[in-house]
Design a protein around this ligand. Structure first.
Ligand SMILES: CC(C)(COP(=O)(O)OP(=O)(O)OC[C@H]1O[C@@H](n2cnc3c(N)ncnc32)[C@H](O)[C@@H]1OP(=O)(O)O)[C@@H](O)C(=O)NCCC(=O)NCCS
Length: 193
C-alpha cells in the first residue's frame, strides 16, 4: 500500500466499514485467501518456508472475509478453513486477517462465526482448533474452551473446543453471508447479558 500524505499530514489507509464472511465462491476469493495465508503463516510468522498448503486443503472449505466498496465485495481481507476429520468432529484452522484490518473488532469475529456456524450446519458436533498461545484469550472471548496443550510446527499451541450453542447452524454461503456488523452487535449483547 502507498503511504500517502496530504500537505505533509499522514493519510489513514482506507478500510471498508462493511465486512462480510462467506464460503469462497469465486476465483479471486480463492486467490486472496491463499495469498493472505502465505503472507501470514509463511512470511509473517515463519511457520512454513514458502507455502502453508497441506493435505487438509484437499477437503477443507475455504471461508473468506470480504471488504465492501459501494455495496459490492471488493477485497479479500481475511480467511479461515474448516474440515471434518472423523464422524461429527470438525477442525478450524489458518485463521488470519490482513494487517490493515486487524483489531477493528469485526473481521476475525466474523470469520470465526462463519466457520463454526457452517460446520455446525453440516453436522459438526465437536468443533476443535489448535490455537497459538498468544491467541487463547481471544478464542476464550469467542466461547472456546481449552482442552489440552499440543505442539504444531514446533510451536506450543492449545487445543480448544467451541461452544456450539453460541453458533447457530447456518451455512455462510454466497447468498447468505455473515454480516460483520450484525455478528459484532450480537456478541456485545451476549457479553452484556
Ligand atoms: C488473531 C486474529 C485472527 C484476530 O482477528 P482480528 O480481526 O484482529 O480480531 P477482532 O478485530 O475480531 O477482535 C478484536 C478484539 O480482540 C482483541 N484481540 C485481538 N487479538 C487478540 C489476541 N491475540 N489476544 C487477545 N485479544 C485479542 C482486540 O484487542 C479487540 O478487543 P476489543 O474488542 O476489546 O477492542 C488476527 O489478529 C490475526 O490474523 N493474527 C495473525 C494470525 C494469527 O495469529 N492467527 C491465529 C492462529 S491461532
Amino acid at each position: 500500500m502507498i503511504d500517502a500524505t496530504i500537505w505533509g499530514e499522514p493519510v489513514s489507509p482506507f478500510y471498508s466499514p462493511n465486512v462480510t464472511a462467506q464460503i469462497a465462491s469465486e476465483r479471486w476469493h480463492l486467490d486472496g485467501y491463499y495469498e493472505i495465508r502465505r503472507a501470514i503463516f509463511a512470511e509473517e510468522q515463519g511457520l512454513f518456508d514458502a507455502s502453508d498448503v497441506d493435505e487438509h486443503d484437499k477437503v477443507a472449505t475455504p471461508i473468506v472475509a470480504l471488504g465492501h466498496v459501494a455495496g459490492m465485495p471488493d477485497e479479500v481481507i481475511g480467511g479461515v478453513r474448516i474440515y471434518p476429520t472423523e464422524r461429527g468432529t470438525w477442525f478450524g484452522g489458518r485463521l488470519g486477517v490482513c494487517r490493515r484490518y486487524r483489531s477493528r473488532g469485526v473481521v476475525g469475529t466474523s470469520l470465526i462465526f462463519a466457520a463454526v456456524s457452517t460446520a455446525h450446519a453440516r453436522g459438526c458436533t465437536t468443533f476443535l482448533a489448535a490455537i497459538q498461545l498468544q491467541n487463547v484469550a481471544y478464542f476464550e472471548r469467542h466461547r472456546f474452551a481449552c482442552l489440552q496443550p499440543l505442539e504444531v510446527c514446533g510451536k506450543p499451541h492449545q487445543l480448544m473446543e467451541a461452544d456450539l450453542a453460541a453458533y447457530p447452524p447456518i451455512v455462510a454461503h454466497a447468498l447468505q453471508p455473515v454480516d460483520g456488523a450484525r455478528v459484532v452487535a450480537e456478541l456485545r449483547r451476549l457479553r452484556a447479558a
